[in-house]
Ligand binder design. Structure first.
Ligand code: DGP
Length: 127
């Protein structure tokens, strides 16, 4: 079944410069900006500029240059915020929510980069 993409979602509007954002890094294929409701001292969202609804859509249909660039930007930001454990940083977490079970609010692929404080265990068991 083909992926359905809502071109009026908030991140599509950010890509089209219809609403502002606090840009951290921008390349030909990728945009990174600060989350509007940060959950940690560092909370950055990385999105492809192409219209992909979630990670599996991106993995199946994005071009190799898009995938390479997206991955490189995520890595560059972990360095830029000083979080890389191999280089003296204290670490970070990447999250990509998808669909109903993943509790994805904005239907455009985004990877959350979280850092700047201990983040606790990955998941709380639901009661
Ligand atoms: P998710 O649940 O993974 O879909 O997270 C969506 C995130 O997007 C959430 O942490 C809040 C953030 N967000 C929603 N609207 C905006 C916006 O207009 N600007 C920015 N910078 N972030 C937004």
């Amino acid at each position: 079944m083909p992926y359905e993409y809502d071109e009026e979602n908030i991140f599509a509007k950010i890509i089209r410069h219809e609403i502002p954002n606090d840009t951290v890094m921008e390349t030909e294929y990728t945009l990174a900006f600060r989350d509007i409701t940060p959950q940690a001292p560092e909370h950055i969202l990385v999105i492809p500029k192409g219209y992909y609804v979630n990670y599996d859509h991106f993995a199946q249909e994005a071009t190799d240059p898009e995938i390479l660039d997206f991955t490189r930007v995520i890595g560059a930001i972990t360095h830029a915020i000083g979080a890389t454990p191999g280089n003296g940083g204290e670490g970070y977490r990447l999250i990509a929510n998808a669909g109903r079970n993943g509790v994805q609010e904005v239907p455009h692929l985004h990877v959350h980069i979280l850092g700047g404080r201990p983040l606790g265990r990955m998941l709380q068991r639901a009661e």
